[in-house]
Write a protein that binds this ligand. Structure first.
Ligand code: PMP
Length: 331
């Protein structure tokens, strides 16, 4: 019989899928690393396993312990599924702007969700940051993974994502493209690929216009999960050979094309990374080049945003650049 004993064993080993439609006629082979096929639906399952197992080994997380993290999204799901299989309780702190659907996903996995007001300064006692710090201090057996500074976040990618890509491409990868949030994915995967290839593989960051990684001031943008207004410890500032800036409009248009033309229902940060990969592919005049772009999560969490024409229109974006405009009653 072929089966696994724990969902944790299903984390990683995600496939590479060749992109053909959104790339148009480009010389390089463009391959997508499809991370929504992880059991929790995102790349963050990888860091959850590694951070929790390291905390157990280091004695920071003991039987019956409580995981407290300010997160509302993919990291929460990853931590919740690993915690459930190992018998830990999770408390996630999230701002009130996070949708009820996202909170319910975390609750469905057995986590407790504490909601904080968005409209307060970080120093305010009710802020997302203050509440999570207080919960860590006051909860017996509490441990905070802190994905922004925990070295096991990039380490998980150094040990899994990087070697998988190297093996899957038989060492023929020439460029790795990924968005930057905490910096864990690009720093860990990038470091492995740079080392194993003797510096041959180029590491390309993709970043929303306005974010610090591409020289912005931290001004707001709509794509979720990537870009920052500060420099996290987990981002290795030496890792990127190049950072490509992508507008919300390009990120969302590419996200819609990935679903509509490549049948990949993925999130906005995947659209952003894919847009950067296409832009890179257009500049690389080499049929031997192999570009791997990491697509972090599924589009399921964005159905009422990126996949809603009304939502896009409200923010001034065209629903689908290729879609004909049709009104009911037209002849
Ligand atoms: N995309 C999404 C949807 C994410 O949640 C994250 C993590 N914040 C990223 C991309 C970026 O990954 P990393 O934190 O490893 O830089």
């Amino acid at each position: 019989m072929e089966y696994v004993n724990s969902l944790i064993e299903l984390v990683g080993n995600t496939p590479l899928l060749r992109l053909t439609r959104i790339t148009g006629e480009v010389k390089p082979l463009v391959l997508a690393k499809v991370e929504y096929l992880n059991p929790g639906g995102s790349v963050k399952d990888r860091i959850a396993v590694k951070m929790i197992e390291a905390a157990e080994r280091e004695g920071k997380l003991k039987p019956g312990g409580v995981i407290v993290e300010p997160t509302s999204g993919n990291t929460g799901v990853g931590l919740a599924i690993v915690a459930q299989s190992k018998g830990y309780h999770c408390i996630f702190v999230c701002p009130d702007k996070v949708s009820e659907d996202k909170r319910n996903v975390l609750r469905a996995y057995g986590a407790e969700v504490v909601v904080c007001p968005t409209a307060v300064e970080p120093e305010h006692p009710d802020s997302y940051y203050s509440v999570s710090d207080r919960l860590v201090r006051e909860t017996p057996g509490a441990w905070k993974p802190d994905q922004y500074s925990n070295p096991n976040n990039p380490a998980s990618h150094y040990e899994s994502t990087g070697p998988e890509i190297w093996k899957q491409t038989e060492g023929r990868i020439t460029h790795f493209v990924a968005g930057i949030g905490t910096g864990g994915t690009i720093s860990g995967t990038g470091r492995y690929l740079r080392e194993v290839s003797g510096g041959r593989v180029k590491i390309i960051g993709a970043d929303p216009v306005g974010s610090v990684y591409s020289g912005g001031s931290g001004r707001p943008y709509l794509v979720e999960g990537v870009g920052e207004d500060f420099w996290p410890d987990n981002y290795d500032r030496q890792i990127c050979d190049q950072v490509i800036e992508i507008s919300d409009s390009d990120s969302f248009a590419t996200t819609r094309r990935l679903a509509g033309e490549e049948a990949l229902l993925v999130g906005g940060s995947s659209g952003m990374a894919a847009a950067a990969a296409v832009r890179l592919a257009e500049q690389v005049d080499d049929p031997e080049a192999v570009i791997v772009v990491l697509l972090p999560d599924s589009g399921r969490g964005y159905l009422t945003k990126i996949f809603s024409d009304d939502w896009l229109a409200r923010y001034g974006f065209a629903p689908r650049p290729d879609a004909a405009v049709r009104t009911v009653g037209d002849v």
